[in-house]
Design a protein around this ligand. Structure first.
Ligand code: BGC
Length: 757
C-alpha cells in the first residue's frame, strides 16, 4: 500500500516537473523574440484610475503602455466587459500578443463577503475555510480575475495593528494550516481551470511585527523568533503550492523586504524552493527611497537583484532598469529571470492557450452572489462567532417577548462587511435588525434605537472616514440618543446592544492606540447597564478589544467580528440558538493596551510571576495583571464540554516512536454543539529557552447533548522540534508536557519522557 502511494507521488512529482519544464521551454522561446523593453514591461503591474488605491500613486497612459507591451498585469478592475477590453489591448494590439494577468484584493470573498479573516480563523474549521476560498475564486474568476492578493498570513501579536483583522491571529501552526486551506481553495486542482485563481501570499515577511502596532512601522526581531513564530505560515502556503508572493512594506535587519536578498532569494528560493514570482506591495519599491536606501534607480535595481520580479504601481523598474543595465548595476540575466517567472505564471494560468479563459459574460449572473453563496457566507459567519461570556445562560434568546435592539451597529448595513472589501456592496448586506426580524417574524416584538454615534470625536471620525464616509454624526445630541435607547430598553425583556468598530476602524492604515469600544458607545452601555434588564453585547469589530468593564457588566457577550454579507442572519442564528456558537479566538484579548504585545506562547523568563504570593522582583506590572482578558483559543458554547484526564499509550518513548494522547470529551449540557479540542506541548528544559507552550494540533468535533467521544492525537518528534541557535530544526530528549484542553489556559496535562534512543 505504502509503495503504491509513493510510486503515485513520484509520478505526480515527475508530471509536475515535466509540466514545469515544458512551461519554462515555451516561456524561454517567447523571450527569445522579446525586446529588452518588452521584457521589462512584463515586470510592470499597474492600476488604472478609478480603481481602489491604497497609495497616492495612480498609473497613467495605461492604454498606451499596454499596446506597447509595457504592462505585465493590471489590478483593480473587474467584470468580464472591463477585463475583456483591457485584455484585447494586450492580445490584439501589442506586438507579441502577450496576455496580461488580472489581480484584485479578494480578501474575504469577492462580492459575497465572508467574515473578516480574523473571524474566519476563529472557526478553526479548515474544510469550511477551504470551501469559502474556493467560492471566492469562483466569483472572482466569473468577474474576469485570475489572481487574488490573498491570503494574508502575517502573524500578529499586537491588536493595535489594524491589519490584525486581515490575518489568522497569533499562532504559527494554526496560521499555517489556514494558509494551506486558503491556497488550496483558490488554486483548486489546477490553476488553468476557469474557476480557480492564483494565490498571492502576503506580506512577505514579518509585516505583523510592526513596532508599537503602528502601521508601516519598523520591524526588528531575532532570527529564532522569525523562524519559530513568524515565518511558518508563509512556508506552509508555499508548500501548498502558492503561485506568487507579495513583499512587505517593512524592513528586516535594516533592509526593506522589497530589496532584501536574504529574504527573497536565500530564504525563499534557496532554502524553501519557491518557484513562483514575487510582486512588491503598492509602491513599496519607490518607498525604499523614504526608507533611506537610495533614489528610484538604486532601489529598483536593488529590488530586482534581491529577487523581486514585479513592481506594483510604482513603475521604478519600468523607468530605470534599462539605465541600470547600461551602467552594469543589473544584468540581463537578472531581468530575464524575473520576466521568465511572470511568463511561467501566465502559462500555468492557461492564458497562452486562451487569454480569454476567465472572461465569460454569462458567468456573473450564474456564479456571483447566488443563494448558495449567501448560505455559505451565513454558515461561515455563524461558525466564526465567539461566545465570550454567558454565565446566566441568557443566550440563546427566545423568539418571543420584547427585545430592545440598540447601538450604532444594530441597524447598519454599511459596516457589516469589514475592512478590505473592494468589490462587495454593503447595500446587499443584511443588518442585525433585519436578521433578527427575519428570525422572529411576528413572534417577538423588536424595538430599536441607535443610542449613540460610533464616536463623538470629530477628528477620529474624519480619519476613519478618509476613504469614504462610514461613520456619521447624528443630528440628535449624544444625551438625546442615549435617552431614546434607555426608553426603548425599559420596555424590553432583554437588551441587545450592537457596538464596536466601523469597518475602517481596523484594517490597513487603521492602527489604534486605544483599542476599547469608543467612548460614545461605552457611555451608551453604561446607561443601559443601570436599567436592570439582561444586557447582551454583540460586538462588531476587527481586532481584539479591551473589554474589562463590559465583561464585568454585560450579561452576555458575543464576538461577531465584521460578519460579511449575511451578517444579520448569522448573528440571529447564533443569538437564538439556531446555531450553537463554536468559535474560539485566535488572538489574545488583552485587559489593557499596556500589556501588548500579549500572546499565549510567551517565554517563562527567569523571574516568572505565577499569580501567588508577593510580586516584588517578579516579571509583572504594578498596576495590571499578567493575564489576558480572554486567552488564545477561548470561546464558549451554549452547551458544556467536560474533559477527562489525558490517557497516554506510553509514558516513555524513544526516537521516532509515536505517542497517542487521548481524552474523553463529554457534552454534559443540553444542546448539541461543536468543540475545538486543542493540543499544546511544553518543553520545560532545552538548550535554548522555549515558549511556555505551543499549539501542536486541534480537532473540531461535534457532540450531541449527553454524548461522549474519545479524541486522540498522534504525536511525533516533529511536534517536539524547534529552531535552535544555529537555526536548525531539532528536537532534544527529555520531559515533555502534553496538554489538551478547551483553550490555551484551561488544559489537562500529562508528562512523558522522550529519549533519542
Ligand atoms: C496592501 C496590500 C494590497 C495592495 C493592493 C497595499 O496597500 O498592503 O495588501 O494587496 O495594497 O491593493
Amino acid at each position: 500500500m505504502k509503495k503504491t502511494i509513493s510510486i503515485a507521488a513520484a509520478l505526480l512529482v515527475a508530471q509536475l516537473s515535466f509540466a514545469q519544464n515544458d512551461i519554462t521551454t515555451k516561456a524561454k522561446a517567447l523571450m527569445a523574440k522579446m525586446t529588452l523593453e518588452e521584457k521589462i514591461g512584463q515586470l510592470n503591474l499597474i492600476i488604472p484610475g478609478g480603481a481602489a488605491t491604497t497609495g497616492s500613486v495612480v498609473s497613467t497612459d495605461v492604454e498606451g503602455k499596454i499596446k506597447k507591451g509595457l504592462v505585465g498585469g493590471l489590478f483593480g478592475i473587474y467584470s468580464p466587459e472591463k477585463v475583456r477590453k483591457a485584455q484585447d489591448l494586450a492580445v490584439k494590439e501589442s506586438r507579441l500578443h502577450i496576455p496580461m494577468i488580472f489581480g484584485l484584493d479578494v480578501i474575504h470573498g469577492h462580492k459575497t463577503i465572508y467574515p473578516i479573516p480574523l473571524g474566519i480563523s476563529a472557526s478553526w474549521d479548515l474544510g469550511m475555510i477551504q470551501n469559502v476560498a474556493a467560492m471566492a475564486a469562483k466569483e472572482a474568476t466569473a468577474d474576469g480575475l485570475n489572481w487574488a492578493f490573498s491570503p494574508m498570513v502575517d502573524i500578529a501579536r499586537d491588536a493595535r495593528w489594524g491589519r490584525i483583522s486581515e490575518g489568522s491571529g497569533e499562532d504559527p501552526y494554526l496560521g499555517g494550516e489556514i494558509a494551506k486551506a486558503v491556497v488550496r481553495g483558490y488554486q483548486g486542482k489546477s490553476l488553468a481551470l476557469n474557476n480557480t485563481m492564483m494565490a498571492c501570499v502576503k506580506h512577505f515577511a514579518l509585516y505583523g511585527g510592526a513596532e508599537a502596532g503602528r502601521e508601516y512601522n519598523t520591524v526588528d526581531m531575532s532570527k529564532i523568533k522569525m523562524y519559530e513564530y513568524y515565518l511558518p505560515p508563509y512556508k506552509a502556503a508555499i508548500d501548498a503550492g502558492a503561485g506568487s508572493m507579495m513583499s512587505s512594506f517593512n524592513e528586516i535587519d535594516g533592509v526593506p523586504a522589497t530589496a532584501n536578498q536574504w529574504l527573497l532569494t536565500d530564504l525563499l528560493r534557496k532554502q524553501w524552493g519557491f518557484k513562483g514570482f514575487v510582486v512588491s506591495d503598492y509602491t513599496s519599491v519607490n518607498e525604499m527611497t523614504a526608507h533611506g536606501i537610495g533614489d528610484l534607480q538604486t532601489v529598483s535595481a536593488r529590488a530586482l537583484k534581491a529577487g523581486l520580479d514585479m513592481d506594483m504601481v510604482g513603475e521604478g523598474m519600468l523607468t530605470t532598469l534599462q539605465k541600470s543595465l547600461n551602467e552594469g548595476k543589473v544584468s540581463l540575466a537578472d531581468i530575464d529571470q524575473a520576466c521568465l517567472r511572470i511568463l511561467e505564471a501566465k502559462y500555468k494560468l492557461g492564458l497562452f492557450d486562451d487569454p480569454y479563459r476567465y472572461i465569460d459574460e454569462s458567468r456573473p449572473t450564474k456564479d456571483i452572489l447566488t443563494a448558495e453563496n449567501r448560505t455559505t457566507a451565513r454558515n461561515m459567519a455563524a461558525h466564526s462567532m465567539v461566545l465570550l461570556q454567558n454565565p446566566h445562560q441568557v443566550l440563546p434568546l427566545k423568539k418571543s417577548g420584547t427585545i430592545a435592539l440598540v447601538g450604532p451597529l444594530a441597524n447598519n448595513r454599511r459596516n457589516m462587511l469589514g475592512t478590505w472589501v473592494v468589490a462587495g456592496d454593503w447595500n446587499k448586506s443584511v443588518s442585525v435588525y433585519e436578521g433578527i426580524k427575519n428570525a422572529v417574524g411576528n413572534n417577538a416584538n423588536i424595538v430599536y434605537a441607535k443610542g449613540s454615534n460610533f464616536t463623538d470625536d470629530a477628528e477620529f471620525a474624519k480619519r476613519v472616514n478618509a476613504i469614504g464616509a462610514q461613520v456619521d454624526v447624528d443630528s440628535k445630541s449624544p444625551a438625546e440618543l442615549i435617552q431614546e435607547a434607555v426608553e426603548v430598553a425599559k420596555k424590553s425583556d432583554v437588551i441587545v446592544a450592537v457596538v464596536g468598530e466601523s469597518s475602517d476602524m481596523s484594517g490597513e492604515s487603521s492602527s489604534r492606540a486605544d483599542i476599547s469600544i469608543p467612548a460614545s458607545q461605552q457611555a451608551l452601555l453604561k446607561a443601559l447597564a443601570t436599567i436592570g434588564k439582561p444586557l447582551v453585547i454583540v460586538l462588531i469589530n476587527g481586532r481584539p478589544l479591551t473589554l474589562v468593564w463590559e465583561k464585568e457588566h454585560a450579561t452576555a457577550i458575543l464576538e461577531a467580528w465584521a460578519p460579511g454579507t449575511e451578517a444579520g442572519n448569522a448573528v440571529a442564528d447564533v443569538l437564538f440558538g439556531d446555531y450553537n456558537p463554536s468559535g474560539k479566538i485566535t488572538a489574545t484579548f488583552p485587559r489593557s493596551v499596556g500589556q501588548i504585545p500579549i500572546y499565549y506562547n510567551h517565554k517563562n523568563t527567569g523571574r516568572p510571576y505565577d499569580g501567588t504570593g508577593s510580586t516584588k522582583f517578579k516579571s509583572d506590572y504594578l498596576d495590571e495583571s499578567n493575564d489576558p482578558l480572554f486567552p488564545f483559543g477561548f470561546g464558549l458554547s451554549y452547551t458544556k464540554f467536560e474533559y477527562g484526564a489525558i490517557q497516554l499509550n506510553k509514558k516513555e518513548l524513544k526516537g521516532d516512536d509515536k505517542l497517542t494522547a487521548s481524552i474523553v470529551l463529554k457534552n454534559t449540557g443540553n444542546y448539541a454543539g461543536e468543540e475545538v479540542v486543542q493540543l499544546y506541548i511544553s518543553d520545560p528544559v532545552a538548550s535554548i529557552t522555549r515558549a511556555v507552550k505551543d499549539l501542536k494540533g486541534f480537532q473540531k468535533v461535534s457532540l450531541k447533548a449527553g454524548e461522549s467521544k474519545t479524541i486522540s492525537f498522534e504525536i511525533t518528534p516533529e511536534q517536539l522540534s524547534f529552531f535552535n541557535s544555529d537555526l536548525k530544526k531539532i528536537w532534544e530528549p527529555g520531559e515533555f508536557i502534553i496538554q489538551i484542553g478547551t483553550n490555551s489556559a484551561e488544559v489537562k496535562s500529562a508528562s512523558v519522557i522522550w529519549k533519542k534512543k
